[in-house]
Every structure is written in structure tokens, then in C-alpha cells.
Design a protein around this ligand. Structure first.
Ligand SMILES: [Zn+2]
Length: 139
């Protein structure tokens, strides 16, 4: 089995609605995202002969996924009222509505799903919320 890993980072703000602690307030992180894919078979011919996946292609796809969230406010859908949403829009703050509360756990699954949808044979996604704290998602 071969394992291939790359990583990217992005900056984004979030807050955890309903959480009784500091993270209930909006704050930012430099999120570090590690993606590891795996496979038994290497390409047998063409320019990718002897490779599982070309690093540059995986890096491009991860970068594209990360760029969608970079320097955005990550918001769980339905937690902000219309007044707050229209304030964000009037002020031209850019935000992304996510299906789930924007914990590191859900962000790890978010990136896992984004890349799995591009037909990568996923091993795991690990996301660092701080240099010392990370979450790994695998299926
Ligand atoms: Zn946080």
C-alpha cells in the first residue's frame, strides 16, 4: 500500500454557537489541513508512470478546496438571524455557510468529502486548529 500526503493552510474565523467557553466568541485560526490518500496500484504508463497520484494535482485540488474558505467567516447555516446576515452583507464581509457547526471535526470531514468527491482514494484528513491540537477524520 502506498500513502501520499500533502498539506495546505488557510485563515478563517468561526464561533461555536451554544458552546460555554471562549470559542463562543468569533475568533480566527490558521487552519492547517493535511490530506493523505492511499492506493495499492501505481500508474503503469504515461507521464505519471510509477506514481500513485501526481503531487501537483493533489496539491491543486486541496488548494482549490482551501481557497473557498480562506479569509472567510465560517458560519453554521441557520444560526444567524436575517438581521445579522444582512449586516454581514451590507458590510461586505465574506462568509461561508456550512451544513454543520464549524468545529475542527466538521472541517476535517468537510475537506475529506470535498476530495473524496474528486475520486481520491482517501486515507484521512487531519486538521490542526492550533499547532498542538488536531483532529483526524477517516472512514
Ligand atoms: Zn476556534
Amino acid at each position: 500500500m502506498y500513502f501520499l500526503k500533502t498539506e495546505e493552510s488557510f485563515d478563517a474565523a468561526h464561533f461555536l454557537k451554544g458552546y460555554n467557553g471562549k470559542c463562543k466568541n468569533m475568533h480566527g485560526h490558521r487552519w492547517r489541513v493535511e490530506v493523505e490518500i492511499c492506493g495499492e496500484e501505481l500508474n503503469k504508463e504515461g507521464q505519471y508512470r510509477g506514481m500513485l497520484v501526481d503531487f501537483s494535482i493533489l496539491k491543486r485540488d486541496l488548494k482549490n478546496a482551501v481557497d473557498l474558505l480562506d479569509h472567510k467567516i465560517l458560519i453554521e447555516k441557520d444560526v444567524l438571524d436575517l438581521k445579522m446576515l444582512s449586516f454581514l452583507e451590507e458590510e461586505k464581509y465574506e462568509y461561508v455557510k456550512l451544513d454543520d457547526i464549524p468545529t475542527a471535526e466538521h472541517l476535517a470531514k468537510y475537506f475529506y468529502d470535498q476530495l473524496k468527491n474528486k475520486d481520491y482514494n482517501m486515507h484521512f484528513v487531519r486538521i490542526y486548529e492550533t499547532p498542538n491540537n488536531c483532529i483526524t477524520y477517516a472512514e
